[in-house]
Write a protein that binds this ligand. Sequence first.
Ligand code: ATP
Ligand code: MG
Length: 434
Amino acid sequence: MSVFDDIHRTHYTDQVQETLIGQVVSIAGWIEDIRDIGKVAFLTIRDIRGAAQVVLSANTLSVAKDKPRQSAIIVSGVVQHSKSKDFPLEIKAEKVNIVTEAIHPLPIDPTGRVESAIDKRLDSRALDLRNPKTSSIFLLRSAVLDNIRTTLRSKAFVEVNTPKIIGSASEGGANLFGFEYFKKQAYLAQSPQLYKEQLILALDRVFEIGVYFRAENSHTVRHLTEFLSVDIEAAFINYEDAMDLAEEVIRNTFNVNKIIDRTDGDVLHDRLQLPTPRFPIDRLTYEQCIEGLWKEGEKLEFGEDLSDASLRKLGEIHKGFYFIKDWPLKLKPFYIHEKLDNLELSQSFDLQYGYLELISGGQRHHDPVKLRKRLIDQGLNPMNFDRHLRVFGWGMPPHSGWGLGFDRLMMVLTHSDNIRETVLYPRDTERLIP
Ligand code: ATP
Ligand code: MG
């Protein structure tokens, strides 16, 4: 590749190192800053991996001098030492190509010098991503997804994709988006629950990383109407095994070295400050949690779901990760298996990080007769689950699984207190664009 090729770079900014001194390189990115000091000017060019200083003089100065910040630019020149306190090296420009000029005023300042509220940033998300603080969230997101895939693949899980347009409600009617589909009623999938259970019948262990939809009319920092979920389901494992798998997946995502390996080079090294939670993760029972809350003066009955306020209180008592297991059966969906030694309780768990629920999981019913009875107990019509129930007659093994709210995991990893920070184009009750 020629360095004079107009649209190619030879190096990303972070690859411009000592060993290249005296050589001609070409870098490409966006003008972050121009400091004109007379006969020369210093240009800061940013690309996805960092920033570099470019020195302009004579011809190159006249090309770039008054160009607007955030314009796309390609520069080639010789690498040399720099006297700047920010850059040990710089590129003495020989050729400058302003590819497209940015049109000012820009809606937000992507350098972050002028801070904008999250809503304003989301309105101009593509530009917001030029801010390294923002882009690092999404570099990390990509690396973590890769890391989760690797963990699950190493445990014999098969990645699957199930439909998101479905003909009947998979978990009862609440929170469903419905729409007309060629004169039939259709819905957007809330979870892959029924499909993943069917698939373990032959594939044994499956996982899916997909988006799901919930008509959550809630205005919280942890609910979106469209969110990314990591779901697993496996035959011949119980809910303790499922918790082990969740713990291993989570532990690997907090291993900085494993994550860094999955990004190109060291981009995230300086930017990353992953939390350092304690492992192994405590496994508390629902009962222990309730007793803890009673001690703190919280008024709630055994068997009640944990309200937002109770969860906030629990999060103060237990920092970091903890499982809440053995939930009252009546709080859990029809497919969750009761405990064998206490029929009021279930073989279920949630993984919490402080107040935030990240995962729900458990052992499922595999006996179609019991499953049918559970549907009726919960006021659902087994006729609507006909096609699902008949699969259970084809030799359904005992099985367990879980669903992880991936955007919420990213909140924890990036210390974000709003889920909208971790999703490129979030969807909520107010926001449908961009
Ligand atoms: P919550 O009680 O927080 O509303 P949930 O119990 O209704 O969550 P589940 O059906 O258990 O959610 O879904 C599994 C996981 O998917 C949750 O633990 C959470 O991490 C994630 N999740 C569920 N709903 C949403 C949502 N609206 N936005 C973002 N993530 C979600
Ligand atoms: Mg849940």
